[in-house]
Ligand binder design. Structure first.
Ligand code: FAD
Length: 396
Protein backbone atom coordinates (compact mmCIF):
# COMPACT_ATOMS: atom_id res chain seq x y z
CA UNK A 1 0.00 0.00 0.00
CA UNK A 2 1.51 3.37 -0.96
CA UNK A 3 1.94 6.22 1.49
CA UNK A 4 -1.06 8.27 0.33
CA UNK A 5 -3.39 5.26 0.63
CA UNK A 6 -1.97 4.48 4.05
CA UNK A 7 -2.44 8.07 5.17
CA UNK A 8 -5.96 8.28 3.73
CA UNK A 9 -7.05 4.95 5.22
CA UNK A 10 -5.94 5.60 8.81
CA UNK A 11 -7.95 7.86 11.06
CA UNK A 12 -5.02 8.70 13.34
CA UNK A 13 -1.96 10.25 11.67
CA UNK A 14 0.74 7.72 10.70
CA UNK A 15 3.64 7.76 13.09
CA UNK A 16 7.41 7.57 12.70
CA UNK A 17 10.28 7.73 15.21
CA UNK A 18 11.66 10.74 13.41
CA UNK A 19 10.56 12.95 10.54
CA UNK A 20 13.33 14.67 8.62
CA UNK A 21 12.01 17.63 6.62
CA UNK A 22 14.32 18.45 3.69
CA UNK A 23 16.02 15.74 1.64
CA UNK A 24 19.17 17.68 0.59
CA UNK A 25 22.65 16.64 1.83
CA UNK A 26 21.84 17.51 5.45
CA UNK A 27 18.48 15.73 5.68
CA UNK A 28 19.67 12.73 3.66
CA UNK A 29 22.74 12.29 5.91
CA UNK A 30 20.57 12.48 9.05
CA UNK A 31 18.01 10.05 7.64
CA UNK A 32 20.75 7.63 6.46
CA UNK A 33 22.31 7.59 9.93
CA UNK A 34 19.05 7.04 11.85
CA UNK A 35 17.49 4.54 9.44
CA UNK A 36 20.76 2.58 9.44
CA UNK A 37 20.41 2.20 13.20
CA UNK A 38 16.95 0.76 12.83
CA UNK A 39 14.75 3.78 13.61
CA UNK A 40 11.60 4.42 11.55
CA UNK A 41 12.46 7.52 9.55
CA UNK A 42 10.25 9.59 7.22
CA UNK A 43 12.34 11.71 4.82
CA UNK A 44 10.21 14.54 3.44
CA UNK A 45 11.03 16.75 0.47
CA UNK A 46 8.74 18.89 -1.64
CA UNK A 47 10.58 17.78 -4.76
CA UNK A 48 11.07 14.36 -6.33
CA UNK A 49 14.69 13.20 -6.71
CA UNK A 50 16.70 13.65 -8.83
CA UNK A 51 16.02 17.38 -8.59
CA UNK A 52 18.08 20.42 -9.53
CA UNK A 53 19.72 22.54 -6.81
CA UNK A 54 21.39 25.84 -7.62
CA UNK A 55 24.99 25.40 -6.42
CA UNK A 56 28.63 25.64 -7.53
CA UNK A 57 28.79 21.82 -7.46
CA UNK A 58 32.23 21.75 -5.76
CA UNK A 59 33.05 19.31 -2.97
CA UNK A 60 35.83 20.44 -0.67
CA UNK A 61 37.81 18.13 1.64
CA UNK A 62 35.33 18.38 4.55
CA UNK A 63 32.50 17.21 2.27
CA UNK A 64 34.60 14.31 0.98
CA UNK A 65 35.44 13.37 4.54
CA UNK A 66 31.73 13.31 5.50
CA UNK A 67 30.86 11.28 2.40
CA UNK A 68 33.41 8.68 3.47
CA UNK A 69 31.62 8.44 6.81
CA UNK A 70 28.39 7.81 4.93
CA UNK A 71 30.11 5.06 2.90
CA UNK A 72 29.01 6.89 -0.24
CA UNK A 73 32.38 8.30 -1.28
CA UNK A 74 33.07 5.55 -3.84
CA UNK A 75 29.78 6.14 -5.64
CA UNK A 76 30.28 9.91 -5.57
CA UNK A 77 33.91 9.71 -6.77
CA UNK A 78 32.84 7.46 -9.63
CA UNK A 79 30.25 9.99 -10.77
CA UNK A 80 32.33 13.12 -10.09
CA UNK A 81 35.30 14.94 -11.63
CA UNK A 82 38.53 15.03 -9.59
CA UNK A 83 40.50 18.28 -9.34
CA UNK A 84 43.77 18.62 -7.45
CA UNK A 85 44.05 22.33 -6.77
CA UNK A 86 42.04 25.39 -5.89
CA UNK A 87 43.03 28.89 -7.05
CA UNK A 88 42.01 31.93 -5.07
CA UNK A 89 42.40 35.27 -6.85
CA UNK A 90 42.76 38.27 -4.52
CA UNK A 91 41.10 41.66 -5.07
CA UNK A 92 44.45 42.87 -6.47
CA UNK A 93 44.55 39.99 -8.98
CA UNK A 94 47.17 37.80 -7.26
CA UNK A 95 46.48 34.07 -7.73
CA UNK A 96 47.07 31.64 -4.87
CA UNK A 97 47.12 27.93 -5.62
CA UNK A 98 46.17 25.55 -2.85
CA UNK A 99 46.82 21.86 -3.54
CA UNK A 100 44.25 19.36 -2.26
CA UNK A 101 41.62 16.77 -3.01
CA UNK A 102 38.56 18.34 -4.61
CA UNK A 103 35.67 16.93 -6.58
CA UNK A 104 32.93 18.47 -8.70
CA UNK A 105 29.58 16.85 -9.30
CA UNK A 106 26.25 18.36 -10.34
CA UNK A 107 23.96 18.58 -7.35
CA UNK A 108 21.22 16.88 -9.30
CA UNK A 109 23.43 13.76 -9.29
CA UNK A 110 25.04 14.15 -5.85
CA UNK A 111 21.76 14.74 -4.01
CA UNK A 112 20.10 11.81 -5.78
CA UNK A 113 22.95 9.53 -4.62
CA UNK A 114 22.57 10.79 -1.03
CA UNK A 115 18.77 10.53 -1.07
CA UNK A 116 18.94 7.03 -2.54
CA UNK A 117 21.50 6.10 0.13
CA UNK A 118 19.08 7.16 2.88
CA UNK A 119 16.21 5.20 1.32
CA UNK A 120 18.47 2.16 0.88
CA UNK A 121 19.30 2.40 4.59
CA UNK A 122 15.57 2.15 5.34
CA UNK A 123 14.19 5.73 5.38
CA UNK A 124 10.77 6.21 3.77
CA UNK A 125 10.77 8.97 1.13
CA UNK A 126 7.72 11.25 1.33
CA UNK A 127 7.27 13.78 -1.47
CA UNK A 128 5.23 16.67 -0.08
CA UNK A 129 5.68 20.29 0.95
CA UNK A 130 5.58 20.69 4.73
CA UNK A 131 3.62 23.81 5.66
CA UNK A 132 3.67 23.58 9.48
CA UNK A 133 5.48 21.73 12.23
CA UNK A 134 4.29 21.85 15.81
CA UNK A 135 4.68 19.95 19.03
CA UNK A 136 1.70 18.35 20.74
CA UNK A 137 2.71 17.01 24.16
CA UNK A 138 5.26 14.27 23.50
CA UNK A 139 4.88 14.21 19.71
CA UNK A 140 5.68 16.37 16.70
CA UNK A 141 3.02 16.87 14.03
CA UNK A 142 3.96 17.83 10.47
CA UNK A 143 1.28 19.24 8.17
CA UNK A 144 1.50 19.27 4.40
CA UNK A 145 0.04 21.14 1.48
CA UNK A 146 -1.11 17.95 -0.26
CA UNK A 147 -1.06 15.06 2.25
CA UNK A 148 -2.77 14.34 5.59
CA UNK A 149 -0.56 15.18 8.61
CA UNK A 150 1.97 12.77 10.04
CA UNK A 151 3.40 12.43 13.53
CA UNK A 152 6.73 11.45 15.00
CA UNK A 153 8.53 11.29 18.33
CA UNK A 154 11.00 13.89 17.11
CA UNK A 155 11.86 15.94 14.03
CA UNK A 156 14.92 17.26 12.20
CA UNK A 157 14.38 20.35 10.06
CA UNK A 158 16.82 20.57 7.14
CA UNK A 159 15.08 22.89 4.71
CA UNK A 160 18.19 24.74 3.50
CA UNK A 161 17.98 28.52 3.19
CA UNK A 162 14.17 28.27 3.50
CA UNK A 163 13.35 29.36 7.08
CA UNK A 164 9.54 29.51 7.10
CA UNK A 165 8.97 26.37 9.19
CA UNK A 166 11.30 27.37 12.04
CA UNK A 167 9.97 30.93 12.10
CA UNK A 168 6.63 29.60 13.30
CA UNK A 169 8.23 28.35 16.56
CA UNK A 170 7.80 30.78 19.42
CA UNK A 171 10.84 32.96 20.06
CA UNK A 172 12.78 31.69 17.04
CA UNK A 173 13.95 34.47 14.73
CA UNK A 174 16.52 33.16 12.25
CA UNK A 175 18.86 35.68 10.69
CA UNK A 176 17.87 36.30 7.06
CA UNK A 177 19.99 34.92 4.20
CA UNK A 178 23.47 36.45 4.23
CA UNK A 179 24.32 36.19 0.54
CA UNK A 180 22.88 35.42 -2.84
CA UNK A 181 24.70 33.50 -5.54
CA UNK A 182 23.97 32.55 -9.15
CA UNK A 183 25.35 29.94 -11.51
CA UNK A 184 25.19 28.96 -15.12
CA UNK A 185 26.29 25.79 -16.90
CA UNK A 186 28.63 26.31 -19.84
CA UNK A 187 29.81 23.68 -22.31
CA UNK A 188 33.22 24.72 -23.60
CA UNK A 189 36.28 23.47 -25.45
CA UNK A 190 38.55 25.35 -23.03
CA UNK A 191 40.40 23.28 -20.48
CA UNK A 192 41.00 24.25 -16.86
CA UNK A 193 42.90 22.09 -14.37
CA UNK A 194 41.78 23.78 -11.13
CA UNK A 195 38.83 25.24 -9.25
CA UNK A 196 38.95 29.04 -9.40
CA UNK A 197 37.38 31.53 -7.00
CA UNK A 198 38.04 35.22 -7.52
CA UNK A 199 37.48 38.33 -5.41
CA UNK A 200 38.88 40.65 -8.10
CA UNK A 201 38.06 44.23 -7.08
CA UNK A 202 36.66 44.86 -10.57
CA UNK A 203 33.64 42.78 -9.51
CA UNK A 204 32.77 45.15 -6.64
CA UNK A 205 31.61 43.59 -3.32
CA UNK A 206 31.27 40.18 -4.91
CA UNK A 207 33.01 36.93 -5.74
CA UNK A 208 32.91 34.63 -8.72
CA UNK A 209 33.97 31.13 -9.65
CA UNK A 210 34.73 28.73 -12.48
CA UNK A 211 34.50 25.06 -11.58
CA UNK A 212 35.29 22.43 -14.25
CA UNK A 213 32.80 19.55 -14.11
CA UNK A 214 34.59 17.28 -16.61
CA UNK A 215 33.40 16.27 -20.07
CA UNK A 216 33.72 19.87 -21.30
CA UNK A 217 31.19 21.24 -18.78
CA UNK A 218 31.77 24.17 -16.41
CA UNK A 219 29.82 25.66 -13.53
CA UNK A 220 30.42 29.43 -13.73
CA UNK A 221 28.91 31.69 -11.11
CA UNK A 222 28.86 34.91 -9.12
CA UNK A 223 27.89 35.72 -5.54
CA UNK A 224 27.30 38.88 -3.57
CA UNK A 225 26.32 39.92 -0.10
CA UNK A 226 22.61 40.02 0.62
CA UNK A 227 21.29 43.54 0.19
CA UNK A 228 24.28 44.70 -1.84
CA UNK A 229 23.28 46.55 -4.98
CA UNK A 230 24.85 43.87 -7.15
CA UNK A 231 22.65 41.14 -5.69
CA UNK A 232 19.77 42.54 -7.71
CA UNK A 233 21.72 42.50 -10.92
CA UNK A 234 23.54 39.21 -11.16
CA UNK A 235 23.20 38.93 -14.95
CA UNK A 236 25.25 42.17 -15.27
CA UNK A 237 27.73 40.93 -12.65
CA UNK A 238 28.05 37.65 -14.53
CA UNK A 239 28.75 39.53 -17.79
CA UNK A 240 31.32 41.70 -16.02
CA UNK A 241 33.06 38.60 -14.62
CA UNK A 242 33.19 36.81 -17.96
CA UNK A 243 34.64 39.95 -19.60
CA UNK A 244 37.15 40.72 -16.83
CA UNK A 245 38.63 37.33 -15.89
CA UNK A 246 40.86 35.81 -18.59
CA UNK A 247 39.95 32.21 -17.68
CA UNK A 248 36.22 33.00 -17.69
CA UNK A 249 36.62 34.83 -21.00
CA UNK A 250 38.39 31.79 -22.46
CA UNK A 251 35.67 29.40 -21.22
CA UNK A 252 32.93 31.60 -22.71
CA UNK A 253 34.79 32.22 -26.00
CA UNK A 254 35.13 28.48 -26.64
CA UNK A 255 31.69 27.54 -25.41
CA UNK A 256 28.01 28.18 -25.06
CA UNK A 257 25.66 28.48 -22.13
CA UNK A 258 23.14 25.78 -21.37
CA UNK A 259 20.10 27.12 -19.55
CA UNK A 260 19.65 30.44 -17.74
CA UNK A 261 21.63 32.01 -14.89
CA UNK A 262 19.89 30.71 -11.75
CA UNK A 263 20.12 32.26 -8.27
CA UNK A 264 19.59 31.09 -4.70
CA UNK A 265 20.17 32.56 -1.24
CA UNK A 266 22.80 31.32 1.23
CA UNK A 267 22.84 31.34 5.03
CA UNK A 268 26.41 31.45 6.31
CA UNK A 269 28.32 31.52 9.60
CA UNK A 270 26.25 29.35 12.03
CA UNK A 271 23.03 30.69 13.54
CA UNK A 272 22.85 29.18 17.02
CA UNK A 273 19.38 30.58 17.68
CA UNK A 274 17.72 28.06 15.39
CA UNK A 275 19.53 24.86 16.40
CA UNK A 276 16.73 23.79 18.76
CA UNK A 277 13.52 25.52 17.67
CA UNK A 278 11.34 23.33 19.89
CA UNK A 279 11.65 20.74 22.65
CA UNK A 280 11.46 17.86 20.18
CA UNK A 281 12.85 19.52 17.05
CA UNK A 282 16.39 20.21 15.85
CA UNK A 283 17.48 22.34 12.89
CA UNK A 284 20.57 21.50 10.84
CA UNK A 285 22.41 22.30 7.62
CA UNK A 286 22.01 25.58 5.83
CA UNK A 287 18.85 26.26 7.83
CA UNK A 288 21.22 26.63 10.82
CA UNK A 289 23.49 28.78 8.58
CA UNK A 290 26.09 26.02 8.47
CA UNK A 291 27.52 27.27 5.15
CA UNK A 292 31.01 28.79 5.32
CA UNK A 293 31.32 32.54 4.82
CA UNK A 294 33.86 33.80 2.21
CA UNK A 295 33.54 30.77 -0.14
CA UNK A 296 29.86 29.88 0.28
CA UNK A 297 30.88 26.23 0.64
CA UNK A 298 28.19 24.41 2.56
CA UNK A 299 27.77 20.79 1.48
CA UNK A 300 30.39 19.49 3.94
CA UNK A 301 28.92 21.15 7.00
CA UNK A 302 25.35 20.35 5.90
CA UNK A 303 26.34 16.67 5.96
CA UNK A 304 28.21 17.03 9.24
CA UNK A 305 25.45 18.88 11.12
CA UNK A 306 22.93 16.37 9.75
CA UNK A 307 25.01 13.55 11.25
CA UNK A 308 25.34 15.44 14.56
CA UNK A 309 21.57 15.96 14.70
CA UNK A 310 21.07 12.24 14.01
CA UNK A 311 23.47 11.39 16.83
CA UNK A 312 21.47 13.49 19.31
CA UNK A 313 18.12 12.16 18.06
CA UNK A 314 19.43 8.58 18.30
CA UNK A 315 20.31 9.16 21.96
CA UNK A 316 16.86 10.61 22.65
CA UNK A 317 15.03 7.77 20.88
CA UNK A 318 17.08 5.24 22.86
CA UNK A 319 15.59 6.62 26.06
CA UNK A 320 17.91 9.45 27.05
CA UNK A 321 15.39 12.22 27.87
CA UNK A 322 18.15 14.81 27.60
CA UNK A 323 19.59 13.34 24.37
CA UNK A 324 18.58 16.30 22.21
CA UNK A 325 20.47 18.67 24.50
CA UNK A 326 23.76 17.24 23.24
CA UNK A 327 23.18 18.73 19.78
CA UNK A 328 23.85 22.44 20.50
CA UNK A 329 27.23 21.87 22.18
CA UNK A 330 28.22 19.40 19.43
CA UNK A 331 27.53 21.98 16.71
CA UNK A 332 29.32 24.69 18.70
CA UNK A 333 32.44 22.53 18.58
CA UNK A 334 32.54 23.16 14.84
CA UNK A 335 32.84 26.90 15.46
CA UNK A 336 36.69 27.05 15.25
CA UNK A 337 36.44 25.62 11.74
CA UNK A 338 34.52 28.74 10.70
CA UNK A 339 37.24 31.06 11.99
CA UNK A 340 39.47 30.78 8.92
CA UNK A 341 36.55 31.69 6.67
CA UNK A 342 35.42 34.57 8.90
CA UNK A 343 39.03 35.84 9.01
CA UNK A 344 39.42 35.54 5.24
CA UNK A 345 36.09 37.34 4.80
CA UNK A 346 37.26 40.16 7.06
CA UNK A 347 40.52 40.42 5.08
CA UNK A 348 38.43 41.51 2.09
CA UNK A 349 37.86 44.79 3.97
CA UNK A 350 41.63 45.21 4.25
CA UNK A 351 42.84 44.77 0.67
CA UNK A 352 46.45 45.70 1.43
CA UNK A 353 46.68 43.11 4.20
CA UNK A 354 45.08 40.56 1.89
CA UNK A 355 47.64 41.26 -0.83
CA UNK A 356 50.46 40.95 1.73
CA UNK A 357 49.07 37.63 2.98
CA UNK A 358 48.70 36.35 -0.60
CA UNK A 359 52.20 37.52 -1.54
CA UNK A 360 53.58 35.75 1.52
CA UNK A 361 51.57 32.57 0.84
CA UNK A 362 52.95 32.36 -2.69
CA UNK A 363 56.50 32.55 -1.35
CA UNK A 364 56.25 30.34 1.69
CA UNK A 365 55.81 26.59 1.15
CA UNK A 366 55.26 26.38 4.93
CA UNK A 367 52.27 28.74 4.74
CA UNK A 368 50.86 27.05 1.62
CA UNK A 369 51.03 23.68 3.42
CA UNK A 370 49.28 25.23 6.46
CA UNK A 371 46.49 26.61 4.24
CA UNK A 372 45.99 23.18 2.62
CA UNK A 373 45.86 21.62 6.12
CA UNK A 374 43.27 24.19 7.25
CA UNK A 375 41.11 23.30 4.24
CA UNK A 376 41.43 19.62 5.19
CA UNK A 377 40.46 20.69 8.74
CA UNK A 378 43.59 19.13 10.13
CA UNK A 379 44.90 22.36 11.55
CA UNK A 380 43.50 25.20 13.65
CA UNK A 381 42.96 28.18 11.33
CA UNK A 382 44.33 30.50 14.03
CA UNK A 383 47.82 29.14 13.19
CA UNK A 384 47.42 30.89 9.86
CA UNK A 385 44.82 33.65 9.97
CA UNK A 386 46.30 35.78 12.70
CA UNK A 387 48.89 38.51 12.85
CA UNK A 388 51.21 36.13 14.74
CA UNK A 389 50.63 33.41 12.11
CA UNK A 390 51.57 35.80 9.33
CA UNK A 391 54.60 37.09 11.24
CA UNK A 392 55.74 33.52 11.97
CA UNK A 393 55.71 32.80 8.24
CA UNK A 394 58.40 35.44 7.66
CA UNK A 395 60.80 33.30 9.68
CA UNK A 396 60.01 30.02 7.90
C1 FAD B 1 24.80 29.53 -6.20
C2 FAD B 1 25.31 28.71 -5.04
C3 FAD B 1 26.53 28.08 -5.15
C4 FAD B 1 26.99 27.24 -4.13
N1 FAD B 1 28.16 26.56 -4.33
C5 FAD B 1 28.58 25.64 -3.42
C6 FAD B 1 29.70 24.80 -3.71
O1 FAD B 1 30.30 24.85 -4.78
N2 FAD B 1 30.07 23.91 -2.73
C7 FAD B 1 29.41 23.80 -1.55
O2 FAD B 1 29.82 23.00 -0.70
N3 FAD B 1 28.32 24.58 -1.28
C8 FAD B 1 27.87 25.47 -2.19
N4 FAD B 1 26.72 26.21 -1.96
C9 FAD B 1 26.01 26.00 -0.68
C10 FAD B 1 25.20 24.69 -0.72
O3 FAD B 1 24.37 24.68 -1.84
C11 FAD B 1 24.40 24.57 0.58
O4 FAD B 1 25.21 24.83 1.69
C12 FAD B 1 23.80 23.15 0.73
O5 FAD B 1 22.92 22.86 -0.33
C13 FAD B 1 23.07 23.05 2.06
O6 FAD B 1 22.49 21.75 2.16
P1 FAD B 1 21.15 21.52 2.99
O7 FAD B 1 20.86 20.06 2.91
O8 FAD B 1 21.25 22.16 4.30
O9 FAD B 1 20.02 22.33 2.18
P2 FAD B 1 19.51 22.13 0.68
O10 FAD B 1 20.51 21.49 -0.17
O11 FAD B 1 19.00 23.48 0.26
O12 FAD B 1 18.29 21.13 0.82
C14 FAD B 1 17.08 21.55 1.42
C15 FAD B 1 15.95 20.67 0.91
O13 FAD B 1 14.78 20.99 1.64
C16 FAD B 1 13.65 20.95 0.78
N5 FAD B 1 12.63 21.79 1.39
C17 FAD B 1 12.71 23.12 1.70
N6 FAD B 1 11.56 23.53 2.29
C18 FAD B 1 10.75 22.43 2.34
C19 FAD B 1 9.42 22.22 2.82
N7 FAD B 1 8.70 23.20 3.37
N8 FAD B 1 8.88 20.97 2.72
C20 FAD B 1 9.59 19.95 2.16
N9 FAD B 1 10.85 20.11 1.68
C21 FAD B 1 11.42 21.32 1.77
C22 FAD B 1 14.20 21.48 -0.54
O14 FAD B 1 13.42 21.05 -1.64
C23 FAD B 1 15.62 20.90 -0.56
O15 FAD B 1 15.69 19.67 -1.26
C24 FAD B 1 26.23 27.07 -2.94
C25 FAD B 1 25.02 27.73 -2.80
C26 FAD B 1 24.53 28.54 -3.84
C27 FAD B 1 23.21 29.21 -3.70
Amino acid sequence: MNLRTRLDSTRAPLSWDVIVVGGGPCGAAAAWSLAGRGWRVGLVDRQAFPREKVCGDALLPDALHALRRLALADEVFKAGHRVSSLSIVTPGGRELRVPGEFLTLRREVLDAILHRGAVRAGAEAIQAEAVAVFETGRRVRVEFRSLPPIEARTCILATGAETRLVQAFEGVAPVPPTAIASRRYIRSGHSLDRLMVTYDRGLGPAYAWIFPLGGGWFNVGVGSLWGARLARDHPALFDRFTALCPEARAVMAAGEASGPLRSAPLRCGLDERVLRPGRLCLAAGELAASTFPFTGEGIGKALETGLLAAEAVGGFLSGDERGLEAYGPAVRQLEPKYRAYHAAHRLLNHPRLMELAAWRLNRSPWLAARLAAVLREEEDPRALFSVSGLLTSFFR
